[in-house]
Each structure stands twice: as structure tokens, then as C-alpha cells.
Design a protein around this ligand. Structure first.
Ligand code: AMP
Length: 619
């Protein structure tokens, strides 16, 4: 058995850590560095480059260098986010068969999972070299605000890199572990995580070895690269004003300005003034070389990026409200992520929270260290147990005929959880039913991310309304959705297929015959805990399937688990949270009468689905 490591898979940089002799530490690579640029490239000679090698040639080969791939992973090509990204990225994005985003590098097309796998494989290789041992298991961190598809994509990337993914762990939770484990704390903390590409804010209760997330939120499109963009735009403007030359169409020049902008931004965290000097960026009409050489002050940087910091504070305010906490109830504020080093960020957080941030965590290392602690425990190499209780970052729901979302699982829903819904046919002899599943905070499905379209097919012929399909939606402790369906009258499982879609686009179809397996009444998995003293033991064994609603004993039940006894924890509803919600009659465009629709069964990106709580997305 190889070693288990923790991996902080960042937008700009990634790092790995390990626990050895009871102590976590970052893994250092040749030359003493601890981070690897999260970059992939194909050189002019057709060589595949990852990490530092990719970064070194990025300025000269920007169209074949993939950076910030984490911003693309698990996203729909037609989402607004991708539209925005396509305007600023230097490499080409193309649409996959299932509307996923693919990248084109030197005429070769890669999935984002493949790109992330290349980075993970590099981390694995250098870790093995550094440790002198095989590494085959990892905990990989993700932003807390990642949705189901993004989490699943990271799991897939891990598998492609030949790593057994022990868990996909939220970055703020990892930072909380690094900060609080082994200190016997009884605190409510806020983790403000501003990294290269994403912002997360989480309110977490720490009680001894129990870490309970109370509320989480963020923005997967707000991070250091946005600060760099602001500086870059300003520099390009200054150059245009001076020379009437627009550099924004020159990919190589843009990449050089971007790099210099980031370097200046970082320098201004220590200094109050710097120079941005880029020699030979263009030529004038007389063919003479032109440089960029401008003074750049911290004051100007703050003016250019103030609104980005404001957005993080607004998010923080909202999540505090959702957690039901007053600022005075927050014992410590942890700043994590490289961009949180900016003095403006530190000032604004201090002013808003009414106290300076905690000095006890390293902003660049905390996430990797927390991941290592977690992987060490999950790999069974320690008898120390830690309990993590997490929440769902964004609501998950299904489409209603009027285009609004029927929320099945609300934001901040303690995990794991499950819900059942009954679908009925609306036409005589209807043989299939389609359901679209969305995740996001808007009431309108079109504004949320579509997780997939499920087609329940091979339904027995019967007059309308006479067949009732009971669908169970289950979210595991990592926030990943699983789904199963059965005919209520016969108990037979109903075949379902998943396909990603354009949200309102072509209807996915399945001609797969009905399966006639008896329903396997396996209970939903228990709350995540590790490894010896499990919550399952605390609450007395698996929760029974009770035909609807949440498990009989919800994970955050104040009567059963210690975290619920902390002062100020929001009340936990031990009853099914949606018992009164109506069953759904699927009608209109979603009802398909007659024989199963034409077309072969499409397993979709994540494979075919059947069986109780089987990993739906190939998990
Ligand atoms: P992370 O994803 O946590 O590695 O954060 C990387 C981001 O932090 C990048 O956008 C960096 O430019 C930014 N960053 C790193 N160090 C500093 C610093 N001292 N001041 C401001 N931003 C920084």
C-alpha cells in the first residue's frame, strides 16, 4: 500500500502535504519549492509540459498553455461564466458532446478532467520522488462553493491520475482542521478564503475533534486572477494612451502584461510603490522597440480592486446572517489563500469583523496541511478520530413547468441527506418521464447550473396517473448527488439515464428496457466520520429508510451530536424538511406518451444509473 497525501489543487498553484511521525508538513520538491503552478502546455515541439515547465514557456506560447483550468472544470459550455471566461482566456475552449467545456491545445482536445489529472499526476510524481515511496491515495480539496458537477469532475481527475480519492474536502474545512485539530477548542470561527480563482467563506464550529460547518458560501469567479486582470487592463490602457497601440489583440504581449501585473500586485502587499517594467513589448511606426515602464502604487491597486474586496465582504455578511451568528459570536477569523495577503483585504476584514485575523494559520499552507491530516486519518494510519459535518453550498432542485426551481435540498442543508418524490404520468401509456436537476441560488432554473437530465424509461403501460414512480435523491457527505427510482406499485427499479444538457435544449432520450430487479433497500450512507469512533456508533446505527424525507436521525441532531449543543447553533429540524411538499405530476414537454423515444440509450458523461445509492456519476 502506498502513501496517502493531501492535495490542495489550486487555480494558480497546487501543493501537497503529508503527515509523518504524527506531524503534517508540506512536501518540498527539487529546489526547495512547495508549490507547483497549476498549468499544462504543449510546446512548439509537441512535448507535454506540466507545472513549472509549462509556466516557463507560457509567455511565448500562451495559446497552447492552459492556466486556471479549475475555473472551467465541471461547467456547462453555455453557462454565463464560460461566456465571460472565453473573452479573457488565451487558449481555446470548445464544446463537448454533452455540453461540457473542453480545451484545445495544439489541435488536441482535452477534457478538464484530463488537464487536472495531468497536474495531479505531476504532484503525485514529485511527491513520490521527494518521499522515496509510492503515493496512491489522496484527499483533494475543492472550494466549498463548488457544485456537484465540479466535485465529481475533481474525483474523476484523481482517478485518471491513478490516485484513490479518499475524499473531496472543502478548502475552508481543511484550513479549519489545520488550525484547530489537537487544540481542544470550543470555538466558532470564520474562514475567509481568497485564492487564485475562487472566494469561499465558511462559518465553522470546532468542538474538540468535531468540525461542524454551519453555513458556507462564496463565488467561484472571484480570486487573485481577477485582481491581476484589473491591473492588466489598467496597464494596457496606459500604454494605449501613450502610444495609441492596442496590445489586447497580441496574446504574447497580454501574457507578459498579465505576469508583470501579478508580480506588481504581490510586491505591493509589502511595498507602497513599485514599477511595472516590460521591455520590448511592441514597436512604433518607425520600427523602434517600445517598453512599458510605469509607476504603480498600492493606492492605485486598491482603487482598481476595491469593488472585488467589497464583494467578498458582502458575501461574508450574507453567510454570517445565514449562520445566525452575530459578529461578536465569531471567536477567530482565519484568512486563507494567497490573495488574502493583500493589505486592503486584511484591513477590510478587520474593520468588518471588528477584530484582526488570526495569526495562527499560514494562508498558503493551511489547506494542504488540513488535507494531509484528513488523508492520514482516512487512510487508517491513525487511531485519532475526527468528525466532519458539512453542509450543501447551494440549493439542489428540479424544474417546474413554469421554469422555476422546486428546491429539494436548501442551501446549508446538513449532509448527508435524502428526499423522495413521486412522479406520475400525465398521459395514457406514457413510457418515460424526464426530470432536469439544477443547482444554484436563483429561483429560475435557467439561471442555475444544470446538473443533468434524467430520463426514467421503460415505464409500464397504464392509464395516466396510474403509475407512480418514487424517485429518491440522495446527497452524500461530499455534496455529491445520487439518484434512484422505483415503481411504487410493483417495487421494480426504473431504469434511468443521465445526460448533461443545455438547459432547455434538445431532449435527452433513452430506449433502454425497463429493469425488473427487486428494490434493494440499502440504507443511505451515514454521516462522514473517521475512523474509529464513528457517528454511526454515537447515534446507534444506520438510519432506516422511512419512505420519504430525511433519514430518521439527521446528522446535526442536537440531541445526538455534540456540535448541536454548542451555544448559538441554529435549531435543527429533526423531521423531514419537506414532508408537506407536493408530489410532482410531470406534464407538458416533460411527459412523453407512447413508446420509448427513439434513439439509443446515452450513458452520458458520467455513466448509467441504477441501484440504490450507487455512485450515480461513475463514483
Ligand atoms: P492560492 O490559490 O491560494 O495559491 O492563491 C494564489 C493567488 O494569491 C494568486 O492570485 C497570487 O497572485 C495571489 N498572491 C500570492 N501572494 C500574494 C501576496 N503577497 N499579495 C497579494 N496576492 C498574493
Amino acid at each position: 500500500m502506498g502513501k496517502a497525501i493531501g492535495i490542495d489543487l489550486g487555480t494558480t498553484n497546487s501543493c501537497a502535504a503529508i503527515v509523518e511521525n504524527g506531524k503534517p508538513r508540506l512536501i518540498t520538491y527539487k529546489g526547495g519549492t512547495t508549490t507547483i503552478p497549476s498549468m499544462f502546455a504543449i510546446s512548439e515541439k509537441g512535448e507535454r509540459l506540466v507545472g513549472h515547465d509549462a509556466k516557463r514557456q507560457a509567455q511565448l506560447n500562451p495559446q497552447n498553455t492552459v492556466a486556471a483550468a479549475k475555473r472551467l472544470i465541471g461547467r456547462n459550455f453555455h453557462s454565463k461564466t464560460i461566456e465571460k471566461i472565453r473573452q479573457v482566456f488565451t487558449y481555446e475552449l470548445v464544446e463537448g458532446e454533452s455540453n461540457e467545456v473542453l480545451v484545445k491545445v495544439k489541435d488536441q482536445v482535452f477534457t478538464l478532467e484530463q488537464i487536472s489529472a495531468a497536474i495531479l499526476r505531476k504532484i503525485k510524481d514529485v511527491a513520490e520522488e521527494s518521499l522515496g515511496a509510492e503515493v496512491d491515495q489522496a484527499v483533494i480539496t475543492v472550494p466549498a462553493y463548488f457544485n456537484d458537477r465540479q466535485r465529481q469532475a475533481v474525483r474523476t481527475a484523481g482517478r485518471l491520475a491513478n490516485l484513490k480519492v479518499l475524499r473531496v474536502l472543502n478548502e475552508p474545512t481543511a484550513a479549519a482542521l489545520a488550525y484547530g485539530l489537537g487544540k481542544n477548542l470550543n470555538q466558532r470561527i470564520a474562514v475567509y478564503d481568497l485564492g487564485g480563482g475562487t472566494f469561499d467563506i465558511s462559518i465553522i464550529d470546532i468542538k474538540g475533534r468535531i468540525f461542524e460547518v454551519i453555513a458556507t458560501g462564496g463565488d467561484t469567479f472571484l480570486g487573485g486572477v481577477d485582481f491581476d486582470d484589473r491591473v492588466m487592463q489598467w496597464v494596457l490602457e496606459q500604454f494605449y494612451k501613450e502610444h495609441a497601440i492596442d496590445l489586447s489583440f497580441d496574446r504574447v504581449a497580454v501574457q507578459r502584461v498579465r505576469d508583470a501585473s501579478e508580480a506588481a500586485k504581490i510586491e505591493l502587499s509589502g511595498a507602497t510603490v513599485t514599477r511595472i517594467h516590460i521591455p520590448f513589448i511592441a514597436k512604433n511606426e518607425a520600427n523602434a522597440p517600445l517598453d512599458i515602464d510605469i509607476e504603480f502604487t498600492r493606492e492605485k491597486l486598491e482603487q482598481l480592486t476595491q469593488d472585488l474586496v467589497d464583494r467578498t465582504i458582502q458575501n461574508t455578511e450574507r453567510i454570517l446572517r445565514e449562520s445566525g451568528s452575530a459578529k461578536t459570536q465569531i471567536d477567530e477569523v482565519l484568512l486563507v489563500g494567497g490573495q488574502s495577503r493583500m493589505p486592503l483585504v486584511q484591513r477590510r476584514v478587520t474593520d468588518f469583523m471588528g477584530k484582526p485575523p488570526c495569526k495562527g494559520v499560514h494562508p498558503d499552507e493551511a489547506v494542504g496541511i488540513g488535507a494531509a491530516i484528513m488523508s492520514h486519518s482516512l487512510a487508517g494510519t491513525t487511531s485519532d478520530d475526527v468528525t466532519l459535518l458539512d453542509v450543501l453550498p447551494m440549493p439542489i432542485g428540479i424544474n417546474k413547468v413554469d421554469g422555476t426551481m422546486h428546491v429539494l435540498f436548501p442551501k446549508n442543508q446538513p449532509l448527508p441527506d435524502y428526499k423522495t418524490r413521486t412522479l406520475t404520468t400525465s398521459k395514457d401509456n406514457q413510457r418515460s418521464i424526464m426530470l432536469r436537476i439544477y443547482q444554484g441560488e436563483s429561483q429560475l432554473c435557467a439561471e442555475n447550473e444544470m446538473l443533468g437530465t434524467f430520463v426514467f424509461s421503460g415505464i409500464r403501460s397504464a392509464p395516466k396517473g396510474k403509475v407512480q414512480i418514487e424517485v429518491t435523491f440522495h446527497i452524500d457527505s461530499e455534496g455529491i448527488l445520487n439518484l434512484t427510482a422505483r415503481d411504487k406499485a410493483t417495487g421494480q427499479t426504473v431504469e434511468s439515464t443521465l445526460k448533461l444538457g443545455k438547459g432547455g435544449g434538445a431532449e435527452p432520450v433513452s430506449a433502454a428496457p425497463a429493469k425488473s430487479e427487486p428494490v434493494e433497500r440499502a440504507p443511505p450512507p451515514l454521516p462522514f466520520t473517521m475512523p474509529t469512533s464513528t457517528l454511526a456508533q454515537q447515534i446507534g446505527g444506520p438510519a432506516p429508510v422511512n419512505g420519504g424525507g430525511t433519514p430518521a436521525v439527521p446528522r446535526h441532531d442536537p440531541e445526538r451530536t455534540t456540535p448541536g449543543q454548542l451555544p448559538g447553533v441554529r435549531p435543527v429540524d429533526a423531521k423531514p424538511t419537506d414532508a408537506a411538499a407536493p408530489d410532482l405530476k410531470v406534464a407538458g414537454p416533460y411527459a412523453k406518451a407512447g413508446t420509448p423515444p427513439a434513439g439509443a440509450a446515452q450513458p452520458g458523461l458520467w455513466g448509467k444509473v441504477s441501484g440504490w445509492f450507487k455512485g450515480l456519476f461513475g463514483g
